[in-house]
Design a protein around this ligand. Structure first.
Ligand code: ATP
Ligand code: MG
Length: 345
């Protein structure tokens, strides 16, 4: 199979539950916008997409609702997903004045056939000339600077907004993987629930995410932090301001951290011994926005006994990996071909 490219340009796409990232041949990441659409609640009319949609939703408009077309790494609404992607990609087409590109997109290891078809359809709708799917852990490994095409084992954990995916990759293939829907969004929900149940404080998702970022950690912070948080008292319904501490957030997120750990441990326990010894030597790499979680590297190292590294700009790792694969298609062509063959089987 020949992956060389005649005339057209190559585009890379990482459609996350929270962000869409687009790369363009020789240019790196050229677009990053929230995977979000704002819709009129009554008429269903689409008001805005991406960053514009996020800015509108920040004003809390009561007549509009936010639609997240991707959740837990899957397209949950194909019509909205197509509209969203077309709108975003139009910007890239316009800026780079490109014809129909070949599109390289990452897919979660647990994607089913229906989901994969839906994704391919959405990409063709956007004007793709040809589509190449890349397993997300392979893209993440390449984005971390690892040679995922070599006969050594590497372990990658991507903690995104909708999904945590743990995998061991070797020779361009995902050897073992496991996923859980416990990731950034679920952790925000746990914080909302905990504060409601234990402090009678009701907050929105944005505040929960802020608390996670400011006060959260995979293990107890050495120095406890406290923030004054305003929300609504669940009993009286009135505005309510109380201190929330890093200890509260630790308690709220403990179960999620345990679930992420269990996902990682299940992958290690299913990994062939010769690759386990590679991983002991090479370590575990964490990617995705969740890699910014305070003390997560120590925590995972302690739970697994394997040294753990946080990727540089972890949320960009998958897009960066796709970009590297696009720009070195020669090096990775065997890997891409294997993915395609598996799909045909
Ligand atoms: N400092 C931080 N601490 C903890 N979580 C963080 C931090 N910074 C960002 N996050 C979380 O990272 C998540 C976004 O990560 P990312 O951009 O990798 O997700 P995504 O690719 O859109 O989603 P997915 O891959 O799951 O579909 C959000 O839930 C966000 O709250
Ligand atoms: Mg992601």
């Amino acid at each position: 199979m020949d992956f060389s490219n005649f005339g057209t340009k190559d585009m890379g796409i990482d459609i996350g539950s929270s962000k869409l990232r687009v790369t363009f041949e020789d240019k790196g990441i050229v677009l990053e916008e929230p995977t979000l659409i704002v819709v009129n609640k009554k008429t269903g009319q689409i008001i805005a997409t991406g960053m514009k949609a996020q800015n509108i939703m920040e004003q809390n408009p009561i007549t509009l609702k936010a639609v997240h077309p991707m959740q837990n790494g899957q397209i949950i609404d194909i019509d909205y997903a197509e509209i969203f992607m077309r709108d975003m990609i139009k910007k890239v087409y316009k800026e780079f004045n490109t014809g129909r590109p070949r599109i390289f997109a990452n897919v979660a290891t647990d994607i089913n056939e229906v989901q994969q078809k839906a994704l391919e359809n959405a990409l063709y709708q956007m004007g793709a000339k040809e589509i190449f799917l890349i397993d997300a852990p392979i893209a993440a490994a390449v984005g971390c600077g690892l040679r995922a095409d070599k006969p050594i084992g590497n372990m990658i954990i991507d903690i995104g907004a909708g999904k945590t995916e743990a995998a061991v990759v070797s020779m361009g293939e995902v050897v073992v993987s496991d996923t859980t829907d416990v990731a950034g969004n679920a952790i925000d929900e746990d914080i909302i629930q905990y504060l409601k149940d234990n402090l009678s404080l009701s907050i929105n998702k944005e505040t929960a995410e802020e608390l996670k970022i400011e006060l959260g950690g995979a293990e107890s912070l050495i120095e406890e932090k406290v923030l004054e948080v305003t929300g609504r008292n669940v009993e009286t319904g009135l505005p309510y301001t109380i201190p929330v501490s890093s200890k509260d957030i630790e308690k709220a997120t403990k179960k999620a951290m345990q679930e992420i750990t269990n996902t990682i441990l299940s992958v290690i326990s299913n990994t062939p011994p010769e690759l386990v010894s590679d991983i002991m030597q090479n370590g575990i790499y964490i990617t995705g926005g969740g890699a910014h979680t305070n003390t997560i590297d120590n925590f995972i190292a302690q739970k697994t006994g394997v040294k753990t590294y946080i990727a540089e700009n972890p949320e960009h790792c998958i897009a960066r990996g796709i970009d590297k694969i696009i720009n070195n298609t020669g090096d990775y062509s065997r890997m891409m071909e294997a993915r395609r063959r598996r799909k045909l089987l």
